[in-house]
Write a protein that binds this ligand. Structure first.
Ligand SMILES: *[C@@H]1O[C@H](CO)[C@@H](O)[C@H](O)[C@H]1NC(C)=O
Ligand SMILES: *[C@@H]1O[C@H](CO)[C@@H](O)[C@H](O)[C@H]1NC(C)=O
Ligand SMILES: *[C@@H]1O[C@H](CO)[C@@H](O)[C@H](O)[C@H]1NC(C)=O
Ligand SMILES: *[C@@H]1O[C@H](CO)[C@@H](O)[C@H](O)[C@H]1NC(C)=O
Ligand SMILES: *[C@@H]1O[C@H](CO)[C@@H](O)[C@H](O)[C@H]1NC(C)=O
Ligand SMILES: *[C@@H]1O[C@H](CO)[C@@H](O)[C@H](O)[C@H]1NC(C)=O
Ligand SMILES: *[C@@H]1O[C@H](CO)[C@@H](O)[C@H](O)[C@H]1NC(C)=O
Ligand SMILES: *[C@@H]1O[C@H](CO)[C@@H](O)[C@H](O)[C@H]1NC(C)=O
Ligand SMILES: *[C@@H]1O[C@H](CO)[C@@H](O)[C@H](O)[C@H]1NC(C)=O
Ligand SMILES: *[C@@H]1O[C@H](CO)[C@@H](O)[C@H](O)[C@H]1NC(C)=O
Ligand SMILES: *[C@@H]1O[C@H](CO)[C@@H](O)[C@H](O)[C@H]1NC(C)=O
Ligand SMILES: *[C@@H]1O[C@H](CO)[C@@H](O)[C@H](O)[C@H]1NC(C)=O
Length: 750
């Protein structure tokens, strides 16, 4: 994220015998990301992230205020407290987590409690306030409850807030505590004057606020809940990649913080829990370095996905609801239960699973039996009595079922649509992510055929059990046959061509009307005449748009997931147009293409000719003209995979040519390589941002300069309730541990 002046320091800190918890080595990490300071603390008892937000002189004070977040992967739990200056103007209060005799800056909380099955764990440290302050809102319990407030619209639920008690603590301090809806777990936050004994915290128990003077305060944040088992860096990485621990301590420490034997977590702090898509894309991109085998990171990902499959219809779970928020959602349904919940709103997530399993079993065939014979049910009680083999089969069956109609008859109606009533269904899961489109590009042109190819392979290698219900033997050829149709017959629905003159007009109109960019059109990067080819991000969008014609980076899915094969000259020509247009989108600078100084934006409405798309796909929209690290990694790896085919003699698919025709095209192949290198140059120029989730930019016309800007610091686009704060670390943004530049693909002229 912005100017991640990564003061990252991964420190192996031996706490020694001084701690009452006994000897328990700790790993700490400090990531500076103004106005956010992030501190990670893990030891053998618990894992914690602390985020301290303190406004900068240029911060937008309606978005950024003094705040402390404590986030725990266990139960997706946490604490969030907001502060205000007691007397001074908004923006005058600064808070800071400082080194002290308590910790540097964090120290563990660990104690066994007689009335609890689980020890009380968490962190403590010292907070510094530059002026007198009031703690205005305490939220204790689930990160989801906190996000409902921060991403809200500022939602606070009486059933949660009314259960918060504030009491006098240890003489001059104050304690906030809340018993979860499970009647078992208690979250506690305490503050106490440190050394400055004159200071007295004032408690107002009616509105549950506390006030105190400037100075230093010892805080502690703790809860009693079963903890996860973290995978150390040497357990996350395979044997061949152990040297990364020394070479990239910052990234491997972050990867370890997000990796547990039970599951990998999507991002810190907002997504410290299971997300199907994120973990599978990460495992696919990290494959060359990720550990395999029993207890490995790869099996943690696959196991977590299988455990959460809907046994009725084979859908892969998008997100889980656990901890206090699960009990809350059950209560909303008038059900008294702490059982977790699992959501299935996405249509892309199902398809990643066979691709990941095929890749894994291809390199670890000895793991097929041990993994598939494992019994499910420890996570989702509904799946008790099913094996991983059962769940694997049900997912493949679903995919075979829902992809069959289009394989028979290539109509727009038979393409895969978002679920009824949903405006999201793939990774661009925000209000304007797909511009209201119902038929997404990535799912239809890339993920479906890739999953079908994988199912054919898995069927041939005997992964699907023989079954009286479904003929999995037939899948060995049927899945390939259907894949071929999806590969060749879907792009045509998304392709559009406009003349170069029309493109120039649209670019001019964009820079004249867009609220966030008024710089040069860069139209000299377009050809003099002829057509500009591009692909809609989705079909059937808002405002009756038949296609949502924003230029986008989802072309990377087709490059990364598919070695598209062509059974006819028309299909071959289509593939050439596709890869050339994708390369053009990277070679041409924004707004003519996707490349800004902040690297490749994931969407660009400038060539759409649509005012409404320009309003919706802004530099402040979560999936607008902003940069996502994992898209950079996927595009880079996808281009590399396709370029590798030009030197390949390997068998690709039945009845198809081995080397794509464009490899011998004297303009297209060099264009693809130029795109690869332009992308890598920009990735290298933005190294400071790469490990965060998403970042944005602002443009200054006076100086013709772009400035990297945190997405969370920009006001949201119209119609969206609040801005989106990026995670400082995102699982799939750590994939540059394995995705690296291939120097053999340098441009001919360089
Ligand atoms: C706090 O302590 C840590 C660990 O010793 C050290 O790396 C860091 O530089 C210290 N911070 C300050 C502001 O002194
Ligand atoms: C809480 O109540 C006290 C008086 O009872 C008042 O002075 C203070 O402004 C209130 N604080 C908030 C944040 O409402
Ligand atoms: C309570 O305060 C005293 C000093 O007044 C300190 O020694 C003690 O550690 C504090 N107890 C807790 C639980 O913080
Ligand atoms: C909060 O206060 C109520 C009323 O005094 C008490 O019954 C409850 O146990 C307290 N909860 C916690 C977590 O201390
Ligand atoms: C917690 O206790 C309350 C009050 O006794 C009860 O109504 C509720 O059902 C309990 N919740 C759970 C999850 O057991
Ligand atoms: C802090 O305030 C409480 C009442 O709010 C009072 O009982 C106590 O004596 C005060 N302590 C100090 C050290 O001023
Ligand atoms: C599982 O799938 C079935 C059939 O589509 C559906 O009725 C059910 O609601 C799904 N379960 C969950 C938890 O969404
Ligand atoms: C739960 O119970 C309340 C009170 O009886 C009722 O108003 C509400 O509709 C119920 N909710 C559901 C989802 O059944
Ligand atoms: C699993 O099997 C046990 C006995 O073998 C049975 O009691 C239980 O109901 C089954 N659970 C499910 C979800 O089918
Ligand atoms: C699970 O797999 C076993 C072995 O193939 C099979 O006998 C059983 O019927 C399957 N169960 C379900 C619910 O598909
Ligand atoms: C797939 O389709 C068959 C035939 O209609 C049906 O029996 C089966 O339940 C379906 N399976 C899934 C997982 O959708
Ligand atoms: C394909 O679907 C279209 C539209 O529903 C229909 O008119 C046509 O007859 C179908 N063709 C075949 C071969 O089923």
């Amino acid at each position: 994220m912005l100017a991640l002046f990564i003061a990252a320091c991964a420190v192996w800190l031996q706490l020694g015998l001084a701690q009452s918890s006994g000897s328990c080595p700790a790993v700490t990490q400090h990531l500076t990301d103004p106005p956010y300071e992030n501190f990670f603390y893990s030891d053998c008892n618990s894992d914690t992230q602390v985020v301290v937000t303190s406004p900068l002189p240029d911060s937008n004070l309606s978005i950024i205020g003094p705040r402390l977040v404590v986030a725990w992967p266990a139960g997706n739990s946490g604490i969030c407290t907001f502060f205000q200056p007691q007397n001074g103007a908004n923006g005058s209060l600064a808070i800071e987590l400082v080194n002290s005799t308590i910790g540097t800056p964090l120290a563990p909380v660990f104690r066994n409690a007689s009335d609890s099955d689980y020890p009380v764990v968490g962190v403590q440290g010292v907070l510094a306030f530059n002026s007198s302050a009031t703690l205005t809102i305490p939220i204790l319990g689930s990160i989801r409850t906190i996000r409902d407030f921060t991403e809200g619209p500022s939602l606070l639920r009486p059933v949660i807030q009314d259960a918060v008690n504030v009491t006098r603590f240890n003489g001059t301090g104050a304690s906030f505590s809340r018993l979860w809806l499970d009647n078992v777990t208690t979250t506690t936050f305490t503050m106490m004057p440190s050394s400055n004994t004159q200071t007295n915290i004032t408690i107002d128990s009616r509105n549950k606020t506390i006030s105190f003077g400037a100075g230093f305060y010892i805080f502690s944040a703790s809860f009693n809940y079963p903890q996860l088992t973290q995978l150390a860096p040497d357990q996350v990485l395979n044997t061949a990649s152990q040297s990364l621990i020394e070479q990239q301590p910052d990234q491997t420490t972050s990867l370890s913080f997000l990796s547990y034997t039970e599951k990998l977590l999507a991002g810190a702090w907002r997504f410290l829990t299971y997300f199907g898509r994120d973990s599978m894309i990460s495992a696919l991109l990290l494959e060359p370095v990720l550990s395999q085998g029993n207890g490995s990171a790869t099996e943690a990902v696959i196991g977590a996905v299988l455990e959460r499959i809907n046994r009725t219809d084979g859908s892969v779970c998008h997100e889980e609801t656990i901890g206090d928020y699960a009990t809350y959602l059950n209560l909303e349904e008038n059900i008294t239960s702490t059982d977790p919940g699992f959501t299935y709103p996405m249509i892309d997530t199902d398809f990643y699973l066979p691709v990941l399993m095929q890749q894994y079993f291809n390199s670890s065939p000895d793991r097929v039996q041990p993994l598939l014979s494992r019994k499910a049910g420890t996570v989702d009680p509904e799946n008790a009595n099913l094996t991983y083999a059962n769940l694997t089969l049900i997912n493949a069956e679903k995919i075979m079922n829902i992809t069959a109609p289009f394989a028979r008859n290539q109509t727009i109606g038979n393409l895969l649509h978002l679920k009824e009533g949903e405006i999201v269904g793939q990774w661009r899961d925000s209000t304007y992510g797909l511009g209201g489109g119902q038929i997404p590009f990535d799912v239809n042109t890339a993920l479906v055929p890739a999953a079908l190819r994988a199912i054919a392979q898995l069927a041939r290698s005997g992964v699907y059990p023989n079954n009286t219900r479904v003929n999995t033997t037939a899948w060995r050829t049927l899945a390939d046959t259907n894949a071929q149709v999806w590969e060749e017959k879907t792009l045509q629905f998304f392709e559009s061509n406009i003349t170069a003159d029309e493109a120039r007009d649209r670019l001019q109109n964009f820079v004249d009307t867009a609220t966030f960019f008024n710089g040069p059109t860069n139209d000299s990067s377009l050809p003099e005449d002829g057509n500009i080819t591009s692909y809609a991000i989705a079909l059937q969008g808002y405002n009756n748009l038949s296609s949502v014609d924003v230029l986008h980076s989802d072309t990377a899915f087709r490059l990364f997931f598919l070695n598209a094969s062509s059974s006819s000259p028309e299909a071959e020509a289509q593939e050439t147009r596709f890869i050339n247009a994708t390369a053009d989108s990277l070679v041409r600078p924004f707004p003519a293409g996707l490349l800004t100084p902040q690297s490749m934006v994931v969407a660009n409405p400038a060539l759409s000719g649509s005012d409404v798309l320009t309003e919706n796909f802004t530099n402040a929209a979560y999936h607008g003209t902003v940069v996502w690290s994992f898209q950079l990694a996927m595009m880079a790896k996808g281009l590399e995979r396709q370029l590798a085919r030009c030197n390949s003699t390997k068998y690709v698919a039945p009845n198809t040519t081995q080397v794509p025709q464009w490899c011998d095209d004297e303009t297209v192949e060099p264009n693809v390589r130029r795109a690869y290198n332009a992308l890598w140059d920009s990735i290298e120029n933005n190294a400071a941002q790469l490990q965060s989730e998403v970042w944005s930019w602002t443009y200054n016309n006076d100086t013709d300069t772009y400035t990297t800007t945190p997405l969370g610091a920009l006001p949201p686009p119209p119609g969206v309730s609040s801005g989106t704060e990026s995670n400082v670390r995102q699982l799939w943004s750590l994939t540059f541990l394995s995705v690296t530049r291939d120097a053999s693909l340098a441009n001919d002229d360089s």
